[in-house]
Design a protein. Structure first.
Length: 105
């Protein structure tokens, strides 16, 4: 059985970077909730749209594909990454960061 680093169950602290103000923040995303998630940047208030399916964040952006805003999940908590003292984040973001670093080499 192989562990899928991108798959989660329940609420996981997920590192995000804001495309609007280029700052890092951490959101408590509930991966057990399938569907549209709306995560607001704590720095500039920019809305990040993510779609969760089967415990993974997909590459979809629901904002552009669907006008349906009836069923949107918001994280229970969002932190500014600046104020975090080496907080443990999801293995997914570590995995993604490693891939990103590999790409830069
Ligand atoms: Zn922002």
């Amino acid at each position: 059985m192989s562990h899928d680093p991108l798959k989660h169950d329940g609420e996981v602290k997920t590192e995000m970077d804001c495309t609007h103000c280029s700052k890092l923040f951490v959101a408590l995303v509930d991966y057990s909730l399938n569907g549209n998630h709306s995560i607001e940047c704590p720095f500039c208030g920019h809305e990040h749209q993510r779609v969760v399916r089967g415990g993974r964040i997909t590459g979809e952006r629901w904002g552009s594909t669907s006008g349906d805003k009836r069923d949107i999940h918001k994280p229970r908590n969002v932190w500014k990454a600046d104020s975090l003292v080496r907080m443990e984040t999801s293995s997914a973001s570590e995995f993604m960061r490693q891939r990103w670093i590999d790409k830069l080499r």
